[in-house]
Design a protein around this ligand. Structure first.
Ligand code: PLP
Length: 395
């Protein structure tokens, strides 16, 4: 067993060795600029195109038009850029409509972008969730109207793994003539995605969540939607995202998508088995714990567990002492002692929200690592509770 047990895969993932191997030649050997006229550059453009097809294949998108031009997959620098681009694109494409409907548990890449737009006069409706993180579908139906340019709802939540009914949300958006975008940053590679079957208009993916490097993402944008570039300049990506392509990372993302697609069903089943076994052990050996999220519709790799009456940060520090890396809330909110906006939106009581830890696993974890973590947790939690003035023995 390695000295580091990395259970924080929703924060970022290890680059897969196959991915690293695929991207390596693009630093010192195949370093041409894909926009160059010469063959050295042209060959690299071909590699970017192969990656585009690999990404398109993972989500059921088209990667070329009939005229041979790159189409529905646009490479970006990260999931955040993809999310921002999607929102601004919808408001441009549906000019005259000034409302965006979203959910209370979106990533800051969506919520902060919308907060900015509110200052520019955009109306933002934020739909709540129940204590299992399930979206209030009645409230959603009421909020989406003829003034709605966009409904944006994440495919799966980064903190609890809860999966939203994207097909139904998409249908509700379309019934009012709005576009539908989904942040699939946590879902990609873990659940089946078919943008065509579901009629999704725009979808975001980030490389570093599925074993490609940090600093690359994609936005899927359905053919015919006039993309509003956030970054302007050169004509890369058919003038939809300027800036010389991050070729090595693009090739890496393509390879990561190919691997994810090839192993998706078996890998997801294996992750779910390991995660469930881990949760079973924790629940059986530690009193006053609660597993958060929609347990029937959840990412296979994510386990959000609340340990009542203790501080999550203390748990993390003691886990770290044993080489176990996990997270309290999302990585982006670590450092603040306020419970995350997701747990607050779910109405998890403060006494439980404060002691919530997210364990997120990947293909590189073993059951042995999870067993070790579950065993160590027993001692950690009982020690911290002995010190807690609030702990009344689980009564
Ligand atoms: N959306 C979700 C659901 C995420 O979990 C994250 C990252 O944590 C992002 C968007 C942002 O992705 P990136 O780090 O590539 O900007």
């Amino acid at each position: 067993m390695s000295s580091t047990i990395y259970l924080d895969n929703n924060a970022t993932t290890r680059v897969a060795p196959e991915v690293f191997e695929a991207m390596s030649p693009f630093f010192c050997e195949r370093y041409g600029n894909p926009s160059s006229i010469h063959r050295f550059g042209g060959e690299v453009m071909h590699d970017v195109d192969v990656a585009r097809r690999q990404v398109a294949d993972l989500i059921g998108a088209r990667y070329r038009d009939a005229d041979g031009m790159a189409t529905e997959i646009i490479f970006t620098s990260c999931g955040t850029e993809s999310d921002n681009t999607a929102i601004r694109t919808a408001l441009d494409a549906k000019r005259g409509r000034t409302k965006v409907v979203t959910t209370a548990v979106e990533h800051p890449a969506i919520l902060h972008c919308l907060r900015e737009l509110e200052r520019e006069g955009v109306e933002v409706a934020v739909i709540g969730v129940d204590n299992r993180g399930r979206l209030d579908m009645d409230a959603l139906k009421k909020a989406v109207d003829g003034n709605t340019a966009l409904v944006t709802a994440m495919w799966a939540n980064n903190e609890t793994g809860t999966i939203f009914p994207v097909e139904e949300i998409c249908r509700i958006a379309h019934e009012s003539g709005a576009l539908f975008h989904t942040d699939a940053v946590q879902a990609a590679g873990k659940v089946e995605i078919d943008v065509d079957a579901l009629g999704i208009d725009m979808l975001s993916i980030s490389g570093h969540k599925l074993h490609a490097p940090k600093g690359v993402g994609i936005l899927f944008s359905r053919r015919g939607i006039p993309l509003r570039p956030l970054v302007v300049g050169g004509h890369q990506e058919r003038s939809r995202r300027a800036g010389t392509e991050n070729v090595a990372s693009i090739v890496a993302l393509g390879k990561a998508c190919e691997l994810a697609k090839a192993n998706l069903t078996a890998e997801s089943a294996q992750l779910a088995r390991m995660r469930d076994e881990f949760e079973k052990k924790v629940v059986a050996t530690i009193p006053a714990v609660r597993v958060n999220g929609d347990l029937e519709h959840r990412l296979p790799n994510t386990s959000s567990i609340s340990f009542e009456e203790i501080e999550g940060e203390s748990i993390l520090m003691l886990l770290d002492h044993f080489g176990v890396c996990a997270s309290s809330g999302s990585a982006c909110t670590t450092g603040s002692l306020e419970p995350s906006h997701v747990l607050r939106a779910m109405g998890i009581p403060y006494s439980a929200a404060h002691g919530t830890i997210r364990f997120s696993i990947s293909r590189y974890n073993t059951q042995e690592e999870l067993d070790f973590t579950a065993e160590k947790l027993v001692g950690i939690i009982s020690r911290l509770r002995e010190l807690s003035p609030y702990w009344k023995g689980g009564r």
